[in-house]
Design a protein around this ligand. Structure first.
Ligand code: SF4
Ligand code: SF4
Length: 294
């Protein structure tokens, strides 16, 4: 993906930030692997502010998107939203949530958020009911905030618990990855910038599963420091080389599967199979041939 450069600054559509790595739901095929993460790993507010101050010198984004895991599990969420607003780096502040805790959000939260995106999952006993959705709509309307309720009957298969055996497949999935290139989900995490949002949670997931892998969180990001240049950000974001994490990831090429809650955390290991990929001209056939030839 070619970065947009304006006045010497990199301009991106979105920057993502995890406010919690855990979640109060346990969706199968959660792209953030939240059901496998044991600790919330709440971020440090000061580190967040410092990273934004450094990043602001070389980059800005149309929006910052707070997510997780479930971001509303973070009791300091309003402080992070306020810090993002104060940074001057974003045109709008978005929170993506499963909505279960939205009723509890106070004035400071609503004051600092611009868009609340509720991913609505109807499976499982904890599904968000109609009554709270109505209340949330009323609150957002009264305060002049945008509310987007997105029904999620399906998920695409996102990550796997074994290395994808074929480097050609890894390269193709990466080249077609909407997270990295089309609707970029560039992510800020612990003082580093990542091309996509799956790196650190996939690292935690594989560690929880006992799967040998490279330390993605350490090696796949770009450190944000005083010497960071716009050119270094551009080169990192535009790189045609897959990340180490891509060897365990289906990007946005995974098959659509019915959304459901796991009856038990962390759920079964997800083995790699070409069947987990969407039908794509030539790709599935070539992979089947390779698997059969193994
Ligand atoms: S609501 Fe589901 S998909 Fe979203 S973070 Fe939680 S477990 Fe993952
Ligand atoms: S790990 Fe690679 S394939 Fe997966 S979302 Fe990130 S960039 Fe895309």
């Amino acid at each position: 993906m070619k970065c947009r450069v304006e006045g010497g600054e990199i301009v991106t559509d979105s920057l993502e930030f995890f406010l919690a790595d855990t979640c109060n739901l346990a969706c199968e095929h959660c792209a953030s692997s939240a059901p496998l993460v044991k600790k919330a790993n709440f971020p440090d507010l000061l580190e967040f502010k410092e990273s934004l101050a450094l990043l602001r010198r070389v980059m800005r984004s149309k929006q910052i998107k707070f997510l997780g895991g479930e971001p509303l599990l973070n009791k300091d969420i309003a402080k992070f939203l306020a810090a993002a607003k104060a940074s001057g780096m974003f045109e709008r502040v978005r929170v993506t949530t499963n909505g279960l805790l939205l009723d509890r959000m106070g004035e400071e939260f609503w004051h600092n958020v611009d868009v609340v995106e509720v991913s609505r999952y109807r499976s499982g006993e904890n599904a968000l009911a109609d009554a709270p959705v109505t209340r949330i709509r009323e609150t957002a309307f009264r305060l002049g905030k945008k509310l987007e309720v997105v029904e999620k009957p399906e998920f695409f298969a996102a990550v796997v618990d074994e290395r994808i055996p074929d480097p050609e497949t890894v390269a193709r999935v990466y080249a077609d990855c909407g997270e990295a290139h089309r609707a970029p989900c560039h992510t800020l995490y612990k003082g580093k910038l990542y091309r996509c949002s799956r790196v650190h949670t996939l690292d935690l997931r594989l560690s929880a599963r006992g799967v040998p892998h490279a330390p993605f969180t350490d090696v796949d990001g770009l450190a944000i420091g005083p010497g960071l240049s716009a050119d270094a950000v551009r080169v990192y974001l535009e790189s045609p080389e897959p990340l180490n994490a891509c060897s365990f990831c289906l990007g946005t090429s995974g098959r659509w599967l019915a959304q459901r809650q796991l009856s038990e955390k962390p759920g079964k290991k997800v083995a790699f199979s070409p069947d987990l990929l969407q039908q794509a001209p030539g790709l599935l056939r070539r992979m089947r041939e390779r698997v059969l030839a193994r």
